[in-house]
Ligand binder design. Structure first.
Ligand code: SF4
Ligand code: SF4
Length: 337
């Protein structure tokens, strides 16, 4: 079984344990944060193992790349500390089991990964995706297993990820364009953290869109709208990609408004928190987030993840803000929507 590459010496010498200092769901001073993280490193009991709501953010907060969130998941699983009720944990494992019900298109040297989310197939269409849309892959066989980290089932991640990678390799493509942050984050963060080789080049869909918009620049009509952005939890695994969002919005004449809960301080959509930490916690996170969007005065709320979009669209609409996926916003700019 693959082992997490975590170095406890790095934590022991860490000048600022930002993993827990910046955590929005627990409150520690510097000394406490250091001590609790060292307990996690040593495999001792810590309130962190009970209170972590699996927002993924400490993967971004740790500037040393020492993977605090994956370590917390490992320790929880070792100790049998479930994050959610057992039926919910098992439901996620069962409903994402590979059963040979996947679909693939005419894959060439590229494949467009729709993960296990049919909505991504609909989004990955039109002129922006005309080259790769026929080369799609959809189904549990191509689903990154990162969701199981929310349930501290790191063993499921380690068991399934090599199979998913092998399934992509069998398609023969050298590039996998990931339409879901979770997939790109899995291939570029989780896989190397466990020493799992990725036999292709993962391509982030926003990078792909920047290139496509440049190719179609004569067709762009700047939208001249202001938006807020709902950052998904899996974007915490790839914080280096945040500037690509801005580059993309700049190209289509969209202004990203500043607000309290964005960037490092972003709040996730809250639905996983509902399963892990209960209704009250989830409702509070969602209310603060959507109120903050409304206070910013945006016309649109731009979603990156379809799961966040289905979770928050109604709440956002009730505040008079139009929910839209980033890809649809780009399609609007070239007159397709
Ligand atoms: S996980 Fe990262 S931020 Fe936290 S104590 Fe270890 S090195 Fe520091
Ligand atoms: S995953 Fe989120 S809730 Fe859990 S320790 Fe990290 S920052 Fe805190």
């Amino acid at each position: 079984m693959y082992q997490l590459k975590h170095d406890p010496d790095i934590c022991a010498k860490c000048p600022s344990p930002d993993c827990l200092l910046k955590c929005q769901y627990m409150s520690f001073d510097t000394e406490e944060a250091h001590e609790e993280m060292m307990k996690v490193c040593r495999g001792e009991d810590s309130p962190v193992l009970e209170k972590c709501v699996t927002c993924y953010a400490c993967e971004e907060y740790c500037s040393q790349g020492n993977h605090p969130f994956y370590l917390i998941g490992e320790r929880r699983e070792e100790k049998g500390i479930l994050t959610a009720a057992r039926p919910i944990t098992n439901q996620w494992i069962n409903m994402t089991t590979m059963q040979g019900k996947y679909m693939t298109g005419a894959v060439t040297d590229k494949v467009m990964s729709c993960c296990f989310i049919p909505d991504l197939g609909a989004l990955g269409s039109g002129k922006l995706f005309e080259e790769i849309a026929p080369a799609f892959a959809l189904g549990a066989e191509f689903m990154c297993p990162a969701v199981h980290t929310h349930f501290a089932k790191m063993s499921v991640v380690k068991e399934r990820l090599p199979i998913v990678l092998e399934n992509f390799a069998k398609l023969g493509a050298s590039e996998v364009i990931c339409l879901h942050d979770e997939c790109y984050g899995t291939f570029t963060s989780i896989a190397p953290a466990y020493g799992i080789d990725v036999p292709f080049k993962p391509v982030y869909y926003m990078d792909y869109l920047v290139d496509r918009l440049d190719a179609l620049k004569d067709e762009i009509r700047p939208l001249n709208v202001s938006v807020v952005y709902q950052r998904p939890c899996s974007n915490r695994l790839i914080p280096e990609k945040f500037p690509v969002l801005r580059a993309l919005l700049d190209r289509i004449g969209v202004q990203l408004l500043e607000r309290e809960y964005q960037g490092e301080n972003a709040l996730c959509c809250g639905e996983i928190i509902r399963a892990v930490a209960g209704y009250q916690r989830a409702n509070d996170v969602q209310k603060r987030n959507v109120d903050d969007m409304a206070a910013a005065g945006a016309e649109y709320c731009v979603f990156n993840c379809p799961f966040c979009q289905s979770t928050l669209s109604e709440m956002v609409s009730k505040q008079g803000i139009k929910p839209i996926h980033l890809i649809d916003l780009c399609k609007m700019a070239i007159g397709e929507k």
